[in-house]
Design a protein around this ligand. Structure first.
Ligand SMILES: [Zn+2]
Ligand SMILES: [Zn+2]
Length: 273
């Protein structure tokens, strides 16, 4: 079966350490059919330029695109290298988002929410002393807003805050009270022909499950979800492709017979066998 990892970061992301070339070498070694390089672009922070704590996106993203296009040529006979971006908070500042999308000609755009409006990244929130219920309500509201954004292909790591809630409090909150909001997100994705990502990074970290988990992915299917992408969120070579097979198994269990990769934003269906 064709294994495709549609969420990886190169050293053009502030928190990742290997070059695009090294990530592609690793992909070839573990027998992937396709890899998308989806470096971070926290859209509203573009305007901070060189003062941005994550580096200047005006420099990092064009470099990521150039490195990826070079790898696309170099590995053409062995690996399908896709040029992607992980676009953070695309709804916070439309002008910045426009700039992020104009850096180049992407194959694939992941849309993410790593922080709520006027708040820091979930990573930094002291969940032991925070109203978790309130944060999750706001998070799913922002995701519904993000789902309605026109220029993306797949919604990344739904339930992302759970990573940090688990790390900082030891508990994973029950998401049943948020199912109405999750339904709304899924209805928008389905209506707009967008994909949901199965992010497998959680399998090897605190959560022990994919993001989102099986019950939620199954629900996406029940509501008419057609497209899913699978990604490791690898930030170094050892995680490239790690867990993609497990992610495919989860997809199958949830009723999907195909998953999706994107070339120039056109969905290409990959059979799950
Ligand atoms: Zn992310
Ligand atoms: Zn990521």
């Amino acid at each position: 079966m064709k294994l495709c990892d549609l969420h990886t970061h190169s050293d053009n992301s502030f928190d990742a350490k290997n070059s695009v070339d090294e990530m592609c070498q690793s992909a070839v070694k573990c027998g992937l059919y396709a890899i998308a390089v989806t470096d971070h672009c926290e859209a509203p922070m573009i305007k901070e330029g060189k003062n941005c704590e994550y580096g200047s996106f005006d420099e990092l993203i064009p470099k990521s695109i150039a490195d990826t296009l070079e790898a696309k040529r170099k590995y053409a006979s062995k690996l399908n290298v896709l040029c992607g971006i992980e676009l953070g908070e695309p709804m916070h500042d439309p002008e910045c988002t426009k700039r992020a999308l104009s850096y180049g000609d992407y194959d694939f755009t992941l849309a993410s929410v790593h922080n709520l409006r006027n708040m820091e990244d979930f990573y930094y929130i002291d969940f032991a002393n925070t109203d978790i219920n309130e944060i999750l309500k706001l998070y799913f509201d922002e995701l519904a807003e993000t789902a309605s954004f026109q220029y993306f292909d797949s919604l990344a790591h739904l339930t992302y805050p759970l990573r940090y809630i688990k790390t900082k409090t030891g508990i994973i909150p029950d998401l049943l009270p948020y199912y109405n909001q999750i339904d709304e997100i899924f209805n928008i994705l389905v209506k707009n022909n967008k994909a949901l990502e199965i992010n497998v990074s959680g399998l090897y970290k605190e959560l022990g499950t994919t993001l989102p988990d099986e019950a939620i992915i199954k629900h996406f299917k029940e509501l008419g979800g057609k497209y899913i992408t699978i990604g490791t969120d690898a930030h170094s070579t050892e995680y490239v492709g790690k867990g993609i097979k497990e992610g495919i198994k989860v997809a199958k269990k949830c009723g999907f017979s195909q998953y999706t990769i994107y070339e120039k934003h056109v969905p290409i269906m990959i059979d799950i066998v």
